[in-house]
Design a binder for this molecule. Structure first.
Ligand code: CP3
Length: 340
């Protein structure tokens, strides 16, 4: 097995900088559309053979050094009993958002083997096929709470912040319940064969440092503490984290993901000597001509060499309009430019 990705997560010496891409299995690949055209997105997540097939596509087509399980962060809320649909062009919709303790009391603490068994089946199938490590994942409690409270995607997260400020006990109860189910879910993923775990905190950057410390970070710490004994590398990606650089290391994660707004040397200064970094090319730069794109890649590769470990990635998910050849160009360029 190619274990360069796992070595970089642990800060061990590598022959080249490994790369994977957030949302690498998805809509920029014509092969994904072929599978997806036959079923809805959630059906695809819940059909292990097909979910495994689309997980493998970017490994075969663009040559990344790790696979990420094909699923979604919102399947946890679905398993907890919240109704969930994905509407074309609108994204996720949860028609009965959490507004009260009574709403919260209706949510269950799901047995992952029962409610999320399809994820474990996908992981088992993948481990038989893959020759690169498999990353499992979940959404961070704060990011999941925004979907549970807003009922879908949001720009300003007003209802979430209103609950934090006006009903902090209810908000903390929700966070505790989400965190408990995430911990059993991630443990089950490792048991099934996941070799690293990423916690996606897509909307962490919408919080002030004080609110992040009080309402979000303690629950990420709980997850990291609970999963440490599993021994797999733990990656925490807080998107838009430039204002939180002195706080995200307190998560206890082995690797911290960086979005493109952060200068890598500043992150290395803030994180110290024993945290690896992951990132951080702006996804839009994949639309640049190759010479300009290559300069940006080279700069990130060079800066990353000074980190405890560096896994190349984009600063957020790859855009659906990206030509697959450009994604392959990035993978090949990272490998070529980083060769030790
Ligand atoms: O990275 C991968 O390749 C693995 C699969 C994966 C998906 N979603 C597939 C997906 C992962 C890791 C996610 C995580 C996810 N889901 C996040 C965190 C990462 C991030 O982007 O910040 C979030 C916030 C979600 C919630 C979500 N899922 C939204 C808001 C949407 C709709 C908007 C959009 O991007 O389409 C989704 C749908 C979704 N998740 C798709 C895919 C491939 C598109 C579904 C389709 O085929 O129509």
């Amino acid at each position: 097995m190619n274990d360069t990705f796992l070595k970089a997560c642990r800060g061990e010496a590598v022959d080249y900088t490994p790369i994977w891409i957030m949302r690498q299995a998805g809509r920029y690949l014509p092969d994904y559309h072929k599978v997806r055209s036959k079923m809805t997105f959630l059906e695809l997540c819940k059909t292990p053979e097909r979910a495994a097939e689309v997980t493998l596509q970017p490994v075969d087509i663009i040559g990344v050094d790790a696979a990420i399980l094909f699923s979604d962060i919102l399947v946890t809320l679905d398993a907890m009993g919240m109704e969930l649909t994905f509407k074309e062009k609108q994204g996720p919709v949860l028609p009965s958002p959490i507004k009260s303790q009574a709403d919260l009391d209706k949510l269950i603490d799901p047995d992952p083997m029962d409610k999320l068994g399809y994820v474990m089946d996908t992981i088992s199938l993948l481990r038989k096929e893959l020759n690169v490590p498999l990353i499992g994942f979940c959404g961070a409690p704060f990011t999941l709470s925004t979907y549970a409270i807003e009922g879908g995607s949001s720009k300003a997260f007003w209802n979430t912040k209103k609950m934090m400020y006006q009903a902090p006990e209810l908000y903390h109860n929700l966070m505790k319940k989400i965190t408990a189910s995430l911990i059993t879910y991630l443990k089950a993923q490792v048991e099934a064969g996941a070799q690293a775990l990423q916690v996606f905190d897509s909307w962490a950057g919408s919080l002030s440092p004080g609110d992040f410390s009080e309402f979000a970070l303690p629950y990420v710490q709980d997850i990291i503490t609970a999963l440490k004994p599993s021994g797999v590398p733990l990656i925490y990606f807080a998107n838009n984290c430039a204002g939180l650089l002195d706080l995200t290391p307190k998560s206890g994660a082995d690797v911290l993901g960086l979005d493109w707004r952060v200068d890598i040397p500043k992150a290395i200064d803030a994180f110290g000597d024993d945290i690896a970094i992951q990132g951080n090319l702006d996804p839009i730069s994949l639309l640049l001509p190759e010479d300009k794109l290559e300069k940006r890649i080279a700069s990130i590769v060079e800066r990353g060499k000074k980190a405890h470990g560096h896994i190349f990635n984009l600063g957020h998910g790859i855009l659906p309009e990206t030509p697959p050849e450009k994604a392959k160009f990035v993978v090949d360029a990272v490998h070529r430019l980083s060769k030790r």
